[in-house]
Design a protein around this ligand. Structure first.
Ligand SMILES: [Zn+2]
Length: 643
């Protein structure tokens, strides 16, 4: 007999033999037993997981000439499974049954082919009960062709059944989907694939250890056919031992161009120890051995993903579709890092992998990506940084706010620094540093009268940097001023550097007579809120209002580029109309305060009872947040009426 690839040779012939799709086979068996046959089926899912196989078995079961439930000697069929022996079953298996028409929809996708099919469908089956059309890759059918099929699907002749297999069911027109029964296939589980490979190895008389089979199953990545294809290839290249082909893991790895995961375990160990040199040397060895950077990055991404899953869900989780050895390895790597670290690693490596696909100098990009991981590890979480700035002004022992640089043992990693800091300073129950307080202080400074040049926080200085600098200042001063004061100092320095004339953009020209700014502000913001421009309302409400000649100048805390988006034409119109209603003749100009000019006039407004703001303040969660973090409610958006 001619050689057949494993995937075809061991293609299941009964529902019971299909691995990993019990939810589909159970339903179909029940339907067959009850005689509830639909006229359209959609089988969707990843490649190589049994869609076409199940379609064929269903065709066999429908057209099997042995009646369901018969147990006689000649034709035995106690369950709805196809008998496998009658003419229909054997013909369908061989692929030459007259009444089961398999169409590759990828190449027969046009309206002419589908019209032909539709016309042929009207005629009764030649011999069997049903005329069955199996359309493979059915999402490739054009929209026009689908429409030609629509009528037939809606009111099909009794003898017609359509089965459509696809990897992209979302590409089907909704009209088609709603006329079919849709079965979504699962990716085949690692253990199921492994079991099948083991059984096939036994039947084929092949010597294969579990490590080798596990490697094949992993390479299948949820697809039975992929796993079997690689197994075919592995058997073809395997050495013969005592007349038996012998599969071993090393040879399979070579075949797939992959490296053992021990390599990645070592890489992560080096990263956890801040050993940049070790990381680079390791990757150098791999690249010199002829491994492609893209393949390495791809494998590393997969490994990192498994480590992250092991960290999040534990070693025994279903999310890890790998062998027991690999699970243990992933768990070992997982204890070296925090969940945040691993998430960042995965993010960086995914980006690196992406870049490798279209960049020159792949090697450098891979090296850069790996070096980044070492540095990422040294970053401090913001919370930790904030918690290390004491409210009393005492610098933390050892100046712990600086990025950690020291390397520690592989098990302790950086966690030694990390866990130690809360122990050192247990006093502050609240975070010592509150951005609100700084803001309030700034406002209080401006209370006495509007300063000619409002103090501004340069946006170039991120809060993290500002805090870090504040901490440095704190640490270096013997008198130890409070963190907030220190921050003020820092910002004062920043102002001198970042002074920039704000460009004016006129957003509207309005003439008015009244000069009561507060009243205008309230009316304008209320009007904007009413019309759904909450962001614009908050922006103006928070802005710095002043009267200059016949211009009401609002310095909004927003960048110029963003101003146009918030104060769009509609918002401007609302403002203009409101001013007209108030009888205001001045024109209102909104100026972007690039450096975030604070609102010197703003007073803490108390919320009127019954308002949305008051309701928000009464919310227990909000109260708790205010207690815990010293938070305050600045603005409340009412989204209840929004659709
Ligand atoms: Zn049969």
């Amino acid at each position: 007999m001619a050689y057949q690839v494993l995937a075809r040779k061991y293609r299941p012939q009964r529902f019971g033999d299909v691995v990993g799709q019990e939810h589909v086979t159970r339903t179909l068996l029940n339907a067959l037993e009850q005689g509830r046959i639909a006229h359209g089926y959609i089988f969707s899912g990843h490649r190589g997981i049994g869609k076409t196989t199940i379609a064929r078995i269903l065709a066999m079961a429908l057209n099997c000439r042995t009646a369901i439930g018969s147990t006689s000697e000649s034709g035995s069929r106690p369950t709805p499974e196809p008998c496998g022996f009658c003419d229909s079953c054997t013909e369908i298996r061989a692929g030459n049954a007259v009444d089961v028409i398999e169409i590759d929809a990828a190449t027969n996708r046009g309206i002419d082919e589908i019209r032909e099919l539709r016309d042929a469908a009207r005629y009764r089956p030649a011999r069997d009960k049903y005329k069955i059309y199996i359309l493979d890759e059915a999402h490739q059918i054009t929209d026009a062709a689908f429409n030609a099929l629509l009528k037939t699907l809606e009111e099909p002749p009794d003898h017609v059944v359509f089965m459509m297999a696809t990897t992209q069911p979302e590409d089907f027109p909704q009209t088609i989907r709603s006329r079919c029964q849709h079965f979504s296939f699962h990716a085949v589980k690692f253990d199921d694939i492994l079991g099948q490979l083991r059984s096939i190895a036994g039947q084929e008389n092949i010597a294969a250890d579990d490590a080798a089979l596990a490697l094949l199953a992993e390479a299948g990545d949820g697809s039975m056919r992929d796993a079997l294809s690689i197994m075919d290839q592995a058997i073809a290249s395997a050495p013969l031992v005592d007349g038996k082909a012998k599969l071993d893991a090393e040879q399979i790895r070579e075949l797939m161009g992959s490296v053992p995961n021990t390599v990645f375990e070592r890489l992560l160990e080096a990263i956890s120890e801040n050993q940049t040199a070790g990381v680079i040397e390791e990757i150098n060895t791999l690249l010199n051995a002829g491994n492609s950077p893209a393949a390495l990055a791809r494998q590393f991404v997969r490994y990192l993903r498994n480590v992250l899953m092991a960290r999040i869900a534990g070693e025994g989780s279903e999310l890890l579709q790998v062998s027991a050895d690999e699970r243990a390895r992933a768990a070992r790597s997982a204890v070296l890092f925090s969940e945040e670290d691993l998430t960042r690693f995965l993010q960086v490596m995914l980006r690196t992998f992406d870049e490798l696909n279209y960049r020159q100098e792949q090697r450098f990009h891979l090296e850069l990506g790996l070096v980044k991981l070492v540095h990422l590890q040294r970053l401090l979480p913001v919370e930790e940084l904030l918690s290390q700035i004491p409210s009393s002004g005492k610098p933390p022992a050892g100046g712990g706010a600086l990025p950690r640089t020291g390397s520690s043992s592989s098990t302790g990693t950086a966690s030694s620094t990390r866990t130690a800091s809360p122990v050192r300073s247990p006093e502050p129950a609240k975070p010592a540093f509150s951005p609100f307080e700084t803001d309030r202080n700034r406002k209080a400074d401006g209370e006495g009268g509007r300063p000619p040049e409002p103090p501004t926080v340069p946006r170039a200085l991120t809060p993290l940097e500002a805090t870090a600098r504040a901490a440095e200042t704190t640490a270096s001063k013997a008198s130890a001023p409070s963190a907030v004061e220190a921050l003020e100092e820092t910002t004062a320095v920043g102002v001198a550097l970042a002074e920039e004339p704000a460009e004016e953009t006129e957003t509207g020209i309005i003439q008015a007579s009244s000069t009561d700014l507060d009243r205008i502000r309230e009316a304008v913001c209320a009007a904007l809120n009413d019309k759904g421009h909450n962001t614009a309302a908050v922006l103006l409400d928070d802005g710095n209002w002043s009267l200059e000649g016949d211009t009401i100048r609002v310095e909004a805390r927003i960048k110029k580029t963003m101003l146009g988006l918030t104060m769009n034409l509609e918002a401007e119109k609302i403002v203009r109309n409101t001013l007209r209603e108030l009888g205001v003749t001045q024109k209102l100009v909104v100026v972007p305060g690039e450096n975030g000019a604070p609102n010197a006039n703003a007073k803490p407004r108390t919320a009127p009872s019954g308002s949305v703001q008051a309701a928000a303040l009464e919310n227990p969660l909000v109260k708790q947040a205010m207690d815990l973090f010293g938070a305050e409610v600045r603005s409340v958006l009412d989204l209840r009426d929004k659709k």
